[in-house]
Design a protein. Structure first.
Length: 347
């Protein structure tokens, strides 16, 4: 009898593992899109609840559709425009460097003369550095363009996934809790902590970095720089680096203006960087992060870079969220093993 039961279990779980593996292989191409959907729904679910209350008879399908349309205009379209602008500016820089017209050769000569007055013998070969950098960009621009169609398709899948998660998310959650071998109250606790972690990272870290990148772009545009979207994107990534932040763009930009004799613009850009960008990091960031489960800035930087390499452009958000979820699970596991009663402290 025991042998028969063992054979039954072995056959059942073995067959289930094979089917699960096949399903996983089919779903792998859409993992990044589904992850983005889950993150968007987690962040925007309060918006869905507010819209649902105002729909006729609180129709869930209509509420999910309206919320998805709002997300389309507030999230997906701006992301698409940003990606397009970054690629276009990268291509523009590459074409200029490839044709030998970087665009600031005369300025570089003036800066070279100014530097040599204080440091004779120092050679500023900025044009060559630009060519090398744009050569690297050129090697990756083709990959960006070749992935455009697939990227649009994944965003489309993510948009559809967001609609169904808005509408049927509670049903999926109940089914997940029912399947889990853990007690239902602990499953709910884990899901609640995960939601807090997602909102914390998305609003307290990524949103602050994106805001700083946007303000950097605006400041550079006001004071006459070109390719400001690309520079602002670099500043947003730099905002995740501990101790560096947007200075990775502002310091070279201010020095460039000083060396070219634009002293008023240099002072204005420096003031803009301190007030409009620095205060965002010092005031808004701690306020948002205090409401969730913060990660160390260096861990967030690695998560962003690793997320981009694994998930593509949306890894900017998915990477930190996944690491934050792992942190939550480890904390809950440690607490559950040491003293199950301490789980109540998370509620």
């Amino acid at each position: 009898m025991i042998v028969n039961r063992f054979v039954e279990y072995a056959f059942f779980f073995g067959f289930m593992a094979i089917v699960a593996y096949i399903v996983w292989e089919m779903m792998v191409p859409f993992v990044s899109a589904l992850a983005l959907s889950a993150i968007i729904v987690t962040i925007c679910y309060p918006l869905y609840t507010a819209i649902l209350k105002r729909t006729p008879k609180q129709n869930e399908t209509l509420g999910a559709l309206l919320t998805t349309v709002v997300v389309l205009f507030l999230v997906f379209i701006p992301l698409a425009l940003l990606a397009s602008a970054v690629v276009n500016e990268a291509v523009s820089i590459y074409n200029q460097a490839n044709s030998g017209r970087v665009g600031f050769e005369s300025t570089i000569s003036g800066v070279q003369s100014s530097i040599n007055q204080f440091f004779p013998g120092v050679e500023l070969n900025a044009t060559e550095y630009v060519k090398q950098t744009t050569s690297w960009l050129a090697g990756n621009v083709g990959a960006i363009f070749s992935g455009t169609a697939s990227t649009i398709f994944l965003f489309f899948i993510s948009l559809i996934g967001s609609f169904y998660l808005f509408r049927d998310g509670r049903l999926f959650t109940r089914q997940l809790i029912a399947i889990s071998p853990l007690p239902d109250d602990q499953d709910e606790l884990i899901l609640r902590r995960m939601a807090i972690a997602v909102r914390s990272v998305a609003t307290g870290t990524v949103l602050v970095a994106l805001t700083q990148g946007l303000l950097t772009t605006l400041g550079l545009y006001i004071f006459g720089f070109q390719q400001v979207v690309l520079l602002g994107t670099i500043a947003a990534i730099g905002a995740l680096v501990p101790g560096i932040g947007t200075t990775i763009i502002f310091i070279p930009a201010v020095l460039f203006l000083l060396f070219t004799g634009s002293y008023g613009a240099a002072i204005g850009l420096a003031v803009w960087g301190v007030l409009a960008v620095g205060l965002i990091d010092n005031l808004l960031g701690p306020h948002l992060m205090s409401r969730g489960n913060p990660l160390h800035p260096f861990i967030i930087l690695l998560a962003v870079l690793g997320g981009i390499s694994v998930f593509g452009p949306i890894g900017f958000i998915v990477g930190p969220v996944v690491v934050s979820l792992l942190k939550v699970l480890l904390e809950l596991y440690q607490t559950h093993i040491s003293d199950p009663k301490e789980l109540k402290s998370f509620t």
